[in-house]
Structures are given as C-alpha cells and as structure tokens.
Design a protein around this ligand. Structure first.
Ligand code: ATP
Ligand SMILES: Nc1nc2c(ncn2[C@@H]2O[C@H](COP(=O)(O)O)[C@@H](O)[C@H]2O)c(=O)[nH]1
Length: 189
C-alpha cells in the first residue's frame, strides 16, 4: 500500500489544526494523535486532541520524533503513525517545523509537508485569542523562540514543502484540494 502522511506545519495560530480537521472531514484521512505535557485547553480531550502526559509518562513512549516547544514536551510515536495508516493509507499530523524536518528526513516521499503562513503576526494573535486561548498563554507563546522560528519555512524544507498562505479560508481549501488530488489519484491507482 502506498502510505502517505500529510504533515501540517507552521506558526502557532496559522491554521494547522483547521487544515488537519478539513483533511479528516473532507477526505477521511486518519489523524495521528501526538503526545504532550502541556495542560489541556478547555475543549480538548485526552486521546482525541492529544495524549496528555506528565513529565514521567511522556518518556515511556516510542517516539519517531519529539521536541521541546514553548516550555512543554511534544512527541509523535511510531505506533500513532502505524495506527493511522491501518485506518487509511493517507494520514495527517500537525507538527512544529522541527518535527516536520525530522518526518521528511525519516520518511522521505511518504511525508508530504504543507507549510502554512499568515504573514501578519497581529492576525495570528487575534486568531489565537479568537480560539479562546487566554491572554497570558498567547503572550507566552509569542515570546517563545519556537513561535518566531516557525513563522518562516526552514531552509531544510526549502523545495520539499508546499507553501500555503492561509488568509481566506475558501482559497486555502482550494489549494489543499489541489495538493491532495495528486496523491489520491496515485493511491487509488
Ligand atoms: N483562513 C482563516 N481565516 C480566519 N480564521 C482562521 C482561518 N484558518 C483558521 N482560522 C482560525 O484561527 C484559529 C487558529 O487556528 P488553528 O487552531 O487551526 O491553528 P494552529 O496552527 O493549529 O494553532 P496552534 O499551533 O497554536 O495549535 C482557529 O480559531 C481557527 O478557526
Ligand atoms: N514536533 C512536534 N510538534 C508537535 C507535536 N504535537 C504538536 N506539535 C506542535 O507543537 C506546537 C504547539 O502545539 P499546541 O497544541 O500547544 O498549540 C504546534 O506547532 C504543534 O503543531 C509533536 O508530536 N511533535
């Protein structure tokens, strides 16, 4: 089976989770659930949005890659990816850019990288606040070096990622549809 994983990456608030959920709803792509030590947000559920861990349990997992992002650990396991591929040959995962680089290095053509950009950092903050993040959390996030790093496509992914500007959602969805269509045809064939 020609398994692929769509890796959605970009800065906090750029729309990664929105695109991941679109791929799930529109194309029935299985979502790879990742692990984190960050506290859950109001509407998040354990085992659905993340596997929420503490600083000990986090390290019991068998990670394909893991990072420290804005004061918390995040990691994606080999088992999580295999579980997703058992459900559908096209899967999707949300990662920071460091994770996306590792995925590309380890999985090669099986990892399709989509880098989202918004450009206007004030708009990014508005979107985070609009999502319900409290002001202190948004402030901590935008002070982190990881947030600033993820505003631009890293050189390691130059020429290896699709870049999508996520201003108008309808246009974003159309661009995503075009990208997915290439791989759906291939998987069906
Ligand atoms: N094109 C768009 N126009 C306006 N709002 C958008 C657009 N795309 C996503 N949003 C909204 O922006 C907010 C942030 O999006 P989302 O949670 O998908 O970002 P994210 O990249 O996953 O963030 P984080 O990395 O912080 O979890 C959400 O409320 C989402 O509904
Ligand atoms: N490298 C990894 N990055 C991950 C993983 N799970 C999530 N993320 C990314 O972390 C930041 C912060 O996420 P948030 O939910 O706290 O806003 C964001 O860029 C996610 O894409 C992972 O397993 N590995």
């Amino acid at each position: 089976m020609n398994n692929r994983v769509f890796v959605i990456t970009g800065a906090a608030g750029s729309g990664k989770t929105t695109v991941r959920d679109y791929l799930h709803d529109q194309y029935k792509m299985a979502r790879v659930i990742t692990h984190t030590t960050r506290p859950s947000r109001e509407n998040e559920r354990d085992g659905v949005d993340y596997y929420f861990e503490d600083d000990h349990s986090f390290f019991d997992n068998h990670f394909l890659e893991s990072v420290h992002y804005a004061g918390h650990y995040y990691g994606s396991s080999y088992e999580g990816l295999e579980n997703a591929w058992e459900k559908s040959p096209l899967a999707t995962i949300v990662l920071d850019t460091a994770g996306a680089i590792t995925y590309k290095e380890k999985l090669g053509d099986k990892a399709i990288i989509i880098f989202l950009q918004v450009g206007d950092t004030e708009e990014l903050q508005r979107r985070m606040q609009g999502r319900g993040d409290n002001a202190a959390m948004v402030e901590k996030r935008i002070q982190s070096k990881e947030y600033h790093r993820d505003l631009e496509l890293p050189y390691e992914l130059a020429g290896k990622a699709y870049q999508v500007i996520n201003h108008d959602w309808q246009q974003t969805a159309q661009q995503i549809d075009k990208i997915v269509e290439k791989y759906r045809t291939e998987t069906a064939g």
